[in-house]
Design a protein around this ligand. Structure first.
Ligand code: NAP
Length: 225
């Protein structure tokens, strides 16, 4: 399948590598290809610059956000949450009729950690994205899970934990479930329509506090009945 990953951060890279490893044809989108390739600095986490990452993974292609979105049959939004609505609104034509997996979180780091939410309670980023892309099937997924666990739930966290998804289109959710199962996810909980993004995004305040207390991002939630 042709898949577009929007974003060159840790999530975009993790999703791109995993999907490419599973045999998908992956293109990564960035705001400014020239600037991204010219950057020789490691990121704040010590990850290598994108040029080095692409040299090590020649199957992955880089394009503008619009080029990537146009090429992909399925799109994964791995952009900064507080920039996602505007960035995706500009891609409405390219993503029309397609499935868009939204991994982003509406985080505001301007007052330090733990970050607060830019939208919550009566609205969510997932809903805002669906509202500006009415012809796109938005499925919220993977947002409350660390990037490494998103694409490999078993090796780092044992596999017996939950992935929450939601969206308005049943076929789109089935496709996203299929991709998640190909990563190794077993416990996938469909919360219902896209308004349930409110719930999975509001897990983030708790997720960040757990990361502080546990001193690692390598953990996940499991519902026990
Ligand atoms: N880190 C995790 O483990 C994790 C886990 C679950 C969910 N998430 C969510 O996944 C998303 C990606 O997280 P991340 O840690 O990989 O990276 P990030 O640092 O949050 O953002 C990465 C991307 O945002 C893009 N970006 C920044 N400003 C932009 C703008 N004005 N317009 C369009 N794009 C812009 C950057 O584009 P360029 O390529 O052009 O620089 C970059 O590719 C976030 O929403 C985050 O909350 C993260």
């Amino acid at each position: 399948m042709k898949i577009a990953i929007l974003g060159t951060g840790v999530v975009g890279r993790a999703q791109a590598l995993r999907l490419s490893g599973l045999g998908h044809n992956v293109v990564i989108g960035t705001q400014d290809v020239h600037k991204t390739i010219a950057n020789t600095d490691k990121d704040y986490m010590g990850n290598p610059p994108m040029s080095e990452f692409l040299r090590a993974n020649p199957n992955l292609k880089l394009g503008t956000l619009a080029e990537a979105a146009a090429l992909g049959d399925l799109i994964i939004n791995c952009l900064r949450g507080d920039r996602s609505v505007n960035a995706l609104k500009a891609l409405a034509k390219e993503v029309s009729g397609k499935i868009l997996i939204d991994v982003s979180n509406p985080l505001d780091f301007s007052h330090g950690m733990p970050a607060s939410l830019t939208v919550c309670n009566t609205n969510s980023l997932g809903e805002q994205i669906q509202a500006v892309l009415p012809n796109t099937k938005v499925v919220k997924a993977f947002n409350a899970v660390n990037a490494a666990i998103q694409v490999d739930p078993t090796s780092l966290a044992g596999g017996d934990h939950d992935l929450y998804i939601c969206g308005n289109d049943a076929e789109a959710k089935a496709k996203v479930e299929q991709i998640a199962r190909s990563y190794g996810w077993k416990n996938i909980i469909d919360l219902g329509d896209i308004s349930n993004s409110r719930g999975v995004e509001m897990l983030l305040p708790m997720w960040m506090r757990l990361m502080g207390a546990l001193k690692t991002p390598i953990f996940n939630f499991k519902v026990v009945k």
